[in-house]
Each structure stands twice: as structure tokens, then as C-alpha cells.
Design a protein around this ligand. Sequence first.
Ligand code: NOJ
Length: 502
Amino acid sequence: MDIPWWRDAVVYEIYVRSFADASGDGVGDLTGVRERLPYLQRLGVDAIWLTPFYPSPMADGGYDVADYRGVDPLFGTLADFESLVADAHDHGLRVLVDVVPNHSSSEHPWFQAALRGERRDRYIFRDTINNWQSTFGGPAWTKVADGQYYLHLFAPGQPDFNWRNPEVHAEFLDILRFWLDRGVDGFRIDVAMGLYKAEGLPDVGDQSFKSVSPVWGQPEVHDVYRDWRRLLDGYPGERMAVGEVWTDSSEDLALYVRPDELHQSFNFAWLQAPWSPTAFKKVIEDTLAAVPFATWVLSNHDVVRHRTRYDAADPGTGLARAKAALLTMLALPGSAYLYQGEELGLPEVTDLPDEARQDPVFFQSKGELPGRDGCRVPIPWTVDTPSYGFSPGGVEPWLPQPAMFAELSVEKQEGDAGSTLEFYRRALAHRRDLARSIPYTLEWLDSPEGALFFTRGPLTCAINCGLGPVHLPEHDAVLLSSGPLKRGLLPPDTAVWLRRDS
Ligand code: NOJ
């Protein structure tokens, strides 16, 4: 079998609101993405994943979709989307779009009809409710005018569909066809382990994401992905789907990527692993043992940026560890998902004023949780205020950017060999040369305390998570390191790629 393009692809997540604003309204848009395709091509990624750009009241940053076949005027037009796909393909970049099947927006015509008392069976309405809580905080049920309640596992503006109604199936197959016909290369599936709720909606003890609970991971969901797989396979050009699946174990994750289901699933265990060689080794072993096509991810638009996570654990180490983790991730078999701005070493913005915050997590937790705005602050392209090149003219972006963004901007880092951006470019260029020619398997080497060494054919990767420097494993050449090597030793918080000729 030919190796499918997505097996080793590096996919770059674009949180559209925060990537680049061409229209000058302070919010990123599709034309902004199109204008930056040369940047992404030069960065060396294989594909982009666009977060939702569909018409939406933005109760949850666009994950509340009012029309699954359109483009919100905030982000452009369908013609802009078509131009973006065509240009991306011309730049050698594939395009994945988000599909949000667990819930719609409360502004969706089906829900508006349901509120009028028509066809409520496309959502989950009940006269009496259970104890389920919204993932964002507060009850998962909201009362409507006639006294019934509807279920929303996220914001009240995100009513959950009733997937036991065949009309919902048919609608989503048609939505997928709509975007496939417009040339998308695949889909990222939001809350892919959701969709079905246990019959009878029993109370739950623990509401958190679980492999299987009355709320998540109901077995019927797999039939949905079997249908979707058949649809994708019917199109030319290796169309694919990657699920946002939170499970307790790699074995449970593997159920979603059986040969007739999804092509890939995010592997959040890598993102959640602490800075420890044993933790990294366990995640890598478990993942490779369980799934045929691994994926790796360190950051996305829902979690604290990994530079800041590492810093929180050990102040001052964040950037060095972020670069070392990246180099290690790019050496692993499988595909890697990057999040916009990590190539600039952006930290989480932790001091956003409350009045600027927009994430429903902040509001539904009554300010107890900061929410996810801190990883969604618009990208700094240039050193100039007010928006560091994010918006044209003097427009302020939708979330305020901190002053340190000038130093971290693309303009500042471009051409500086010591910058994080140029490090990412070198790493991705090396990976592109290597990834499809070396074995998909990995072999562990004996590693000194605190370190982890492995090989894939001619490539050896070594990461030092310990407190002191370690000797490098045997090699003929140093390809690339995440920080300076000291007299042939690998310092703490550093990773290196080495070549062995025999
Ligand atoms: C996961 C998305 O990544 C997140 O941003 C969103 O809030 C929830 N799903 C609900 O759609």
C-alpha cells in the first residue's frame, strides 16, 4: 500500500479569529489566511486545519454553528473559502476543516423551529432533567418558554443534537459532501466521542471526559464514523478525518481508528505528559502499541500553551523544554499537529483583563476559571503596535496583545538563526527529508538517567529531561539540536537529532 499523505503529515492548526485579519475589523479571516500561505509553505507544514468559520453567533468562538454550509461574514464568503482552498493546494498545502456534530448553535434553523415547538426530536428536550453539568460549568439543561428543558453539554447556545434521529445522520453526511465537493482534504471532528447519550439519560457521578460514560463514548457513535469513512473513501485524493477524542487509555482511543472508522484521532496523552523520560516513554509505547497511525500534539486552542505549562512546572525552563519536546515529537512515527504561534514560542497570555475575556468557560465558571482566551491572542506578525501586523490600519485586535509580542513577532524572528521560528523551519525541513524514508517503527536505546534515546533507522533522537548533562548516543553527525550542545554533551532541557551512517 502506498503511504497515505496524512500518515506523517505535519498539520498546522489555524484558529481563524486569531491568525491574520485582512478585512481590518480586528478579527482574523479567510483572506488573512490566504495572504499568509507563503509563510506556512516556508514554515514547512503539510496541511492546515481551519477552526470553524461558519455563520455563528460566537457563543463559543464559532463552535456554535448556525449554518453548516456557509461562511460567517466576519470571516469572509464562500468564494473566499474556495480561493483559499485553491491557493493552499497551489502552495502544496492540504486543507482540513472542522465539523461540529455534537451540537449546533441555538440560532440554527432546526433549533429555532424546535423552540417554536416544531420537530423537537432533532435535539434533546425533556420535561424533567438529570444531574448532568455543562463542560463549561453550570447545569447542562436550560428551560424554554413552555417549561421543557434542552440539553447542552457545552454553552446554553450549543444545544446537543439527538443522534438517535436518522435525520441528523443524513444531514451530517450531506454537510460532509458539501465541503468535500469544495475540495477539502479532510475533517477535524469536534467532540468526536460525544454525539450519543445513554438511553434514559441516567444521572452520572463523574461528568469529566471518560472513555465510556452515559455522557461520552456510547458504542453507537462508531457506526457514524463507519458511514463517514465510506463517504470519504468514495472521494478521490485520500480524504481523511481526525477525531477530537478524549479517552482514558490508548486502547480506548484505538476503537475510533479501526480500519473502517476514522483515519486518525488526537492523542492528548502526549500533551498531558509531565516532563519526565518515563512518562514520555510510556505514552510513546502505549500509543504505538495501540493505534496503527499515531498523532502527536503539544498545544491547541483549548489548552494552556505548552511553553507556559512547562514553565509553570519549573520556572524558567518553558521555552527550552517546548523546543526539546517539539524536536522529540517530530522524530516520532506518525503525524504531528502544531498550533499557530508555537513556532514563535508564544506563551499563554495570563494577564488578560476580565473585561477583554470572551471564552464561555470564564463566564460559566463565574470567573473562577480564566478560560481559553490566553492561548487565542492574535498572532504578532510585525513589531508595530497597535496590532503587531495582525490587522491592517490602526485597528485593535479582538483580544489585547501583550507588549512582549513585539520581540516574539515573525518580523523580529525571521532570519535570526537563534530564533524559535528559524528552529521550527530547520526542524520541519529535516523532518520532511526524513519522515517517509525511515522506518515507521522505533527502537529504544539504553539511556542515562533522566534521558530518553531512540532510533528510527539512520535517525537517533535524544532528549534530556534530567538535571545534569548526559553523553550523546553514538552518531556520525549532529543534524539539529533544540539548544546549544556543550562539549559533546546534551544539556538538560535539550533534545538533539543525530545521524548514524551504518
Ligand atoms: C472542542 C473545541 O476544540 C472547543 O474549542 C469547543 O469549545 C468544544 N469542543 C465544544 O464545541
